[in-house]
Design a protein around this ligand. Structure first.
Ligand SMILES: [Fe+2]
Ligand SMILES: [Fe+2]
Length: 206
């Protein structure tokens, strides 16, 4: 199911995102619980594998390795929590879908020959996915009718907010505050346009 809201304002979210999600999305998502939980489950898997990949590609970045390593465990724990919620509700884990949001972001990130620059792009991409996920979890935690689900989503909101800050901090650590802040704004602007253009679907986290 799609909802479109031409009145979605351009005011920033608490996380600094340029375009807030339509709060009515939570209602639509709650109507497609099996699909939204399935999509969420795979988002958590992808978050875990993105962290593993960062460690594999940049083992010499000791501070990043130390910060990201426990997040692998945390994201996998998130996947298991979502899986348990699916099963508890007598629902089924469906198949993984094509992730348009993430694919478009990856296409936007610069494919530099310089691995240091690629690291910054990777960290900013991770930061943005965490920020948007966190924003969506917040809406679910506030708007969804089922009280247990509200608590469930609140837990993810808090956790992903921490990851968002971690990735942005690491990007600044390795790329420099000023340069990374400029690039981050480009990411935010691109993401806002992308979110505006993507149909807001009840069966998708993004
Ligand atoms: Fe997570
Ligand atoms: Fe996360």
């Amino acid at each position: 199911m799609e909802i479109l809201d031409p009145k979605r304002s351009g005011s920033k979210t608490k996380l600094g995102l340029e375009l807030p999600t339509d709060p009515r999305w939570a209602h639509v998502a709650s109507m497609e619980l099996e699909e939204i939980l399935t999509d969420h489950a795979y988002c958590e898997q992808k978050a875990a594998s993105a962290c593993i990949s960062l460690i594999q590609h940049y083992p010499e970045k000791a501070e990043m390795v130390n910060e990201v390593a426990p997040v692998v465990t945390e994201e996998w724990g998130h996947f298991r929590l979502v899986l348990a919620e699916i099963q508890k509700r007598g629902l089924r884990l469906g198949r993984q879908r094509k992730d348009e949001y993430v694919n478009k972001l990856l296409a936007f990130s610069k494919k530099s020959d310089n691995r240091e620059e690629r690291l910054i792009e990777n960290l900013l991409t991770c930061a943005l996915i965490e920020a948007r996920s966190c924003e969506r979890f917040r809406i679910l935690s506030l708007e969804i009718e089922d009280e247990k689900l509200r608590d469930f989503y609140h837990h993810f909101m808090v956790s992903e907010a921490g990851h968002y800050k971690m990735f942005l901090r690491l990007a600044k650590l390795y790329g420099g505050d000023e340069k990374v802040s400029r690039r981050w704004q480009e990411y935010l602007d691109f993401e806002a346009e992308m979110v505006r253009a993507l149909p807001l679907r009840g069966d998708r986290m993004h």
